[in-house]
Design a protein around this ligand. Structure first.
Ligand SMILES: NC(=O)c1ccc[n+]([C@@H]2O[C@H](COP(=O)([O-])OP(=O)(O)OC[C@H]3O[C@@H](n4cnc5c(N)ncnc54)[C@H](OP(=O)(O)O)[C@@H]3O)[C@@H](O)[C@H]2O)c1
Length: 286
């Protein structure tokens, strides 16, 4: 056989197998491209009775995870549990103020007792107790913001880590903010706390990779929730802010939660120590 006819023969074989694959296996092909199942996984999402946390519970729950939702107020927990149950999501609810050590410990203890372990932690609850010029912020403000928005993210990770190790691995996702890249002038201390989370993600990833635990972060842009209502309800702020965006609108919680679910899935199995900005195209760099 000449080189030319061998090449033609080889390409015929390739096309034939490609068509055979399309003809008989297209469903399997599509299935392999669809969302990974999180069935059998247990996910703790902090601050999950509203906004991005609740959406994260929905996105993880719809993929089959048993989600443990919590926040400070029992009435909010009850409402969230009802909403998730109405979507056939397996859910456990409890109160937990992430700022309280006892509440954090109870959250993890209850999860292990009721659900048998922990595979996923979405550390989401955060505070912003201060609006104004950064030089007017006080020591108390800084203590609060750095404690809840940074230290607690680390402490929650430390609490779940032994349980993830028992399951052979897991996923941690931190919710930061684009303010971590580009500080928003009137919320300076909060912005700085969100920058710290980018560092915490990178600091934890190599150490936890040894236990097959991936640590990633999402940095949402301006998302329509109660938390940010002071910003998106201000026309002046909104006009100025959207000038920085390619997609000129406020985002929806689901647009963040689907990225969180992706990071927790097997499709993201080679991603760790990363922060994904989900901001409608805001230029983000440190
Ligand atoms: N919305 C945005 O534009 C935006 C942008 C970038 C980043 N983020 C980040 O996204 C995360 C969630 O914000 P969101 O906008 O979704 O807020 P949200 O809609 O106001 O929801 C906050 C949730 O956290 C709970 N919560 C508040 N303080 C808590 C605490 N100390 N302990 C436990 N739970 C607490 C609230 O319930 P209870 O009141 O019952 O406690 C509620 O379920 C935060 O980390 C925030 O920094 C938001």
């Amino acid at each position: 056989m000449t080189d030319k006819s061998a090449a033609v023969d080889c390409s015929r074989v390739m096309w034939r197998s490609a068509f055979r694959c399309l003809g008989t296996n297209c469903v399997a092909g599509l299935r392999s491209m669809s969302q990974s199942s999180l069935s059998g996984k247990v996910a703790i999402v902090t601050g999950s009775t509203d906004g991005i946390g609740l959406a994260a519970a929905e996105s993880l729950g719809k993929r089959g995870a048993h989600v443990v939702v919590s926040s400070r107020r029992q009435a909010n927990v009850d409402r969230a549990v009802e909403r998730l149950q109405s979507q056939n999501i397996q859910v456990t609810g409890t109160t937990c103020n992430v700022d309280k050590r006892e509440d954090r410990e109870n959250l993890v203890k209850l999860t292990v007792e009721k659900c048998g372990g922990v595979d996923i932690l979405v550390s989401n609850a955060a505070v912003n107790p201060f609006f104004g010029n950064i030089m007017d912020s006080t020591e108390e403000i800084w203590d609060k913001v750095l404690s809840v928005n940074v230290k607690v993210f680390f402490l929650m990770t430390k609490l779940v880590m032994p349980h993830m190790q028992k399951r052979g691995g897991g996923n941690v996702v931190f919710v930061s903010s684009v303010a971590g890249y580009q500080p928003i002038r009137i919320i300076g201390p909060y912005s700085v706390s969100k920058t710290a989370l980018l560092g915490l993600t990178r600091a934890l990833a190599p150490e936890l990779a040894q236990s097959n635990i991936r640590v990633n972060c999402v940095a949402p842009g301006l998302i329509k929730t109660n938390f940010s209502s002071a910003l998106w309800q201000s026309e002046d702020f909104l006009d100025e802010f959207t000038k920085q965006l390619s997609i000129k609108r406020v985002g929806e919680p689901k647009e963040i939660s689907e990225v969180i679910a992706f990071l927790c899935s097997d499709e993201a199995s080679y991603i760790t120590g990363e922060t994904i900005t989900v901001s409608g195209g805001m230029g983000c760099r440190l």
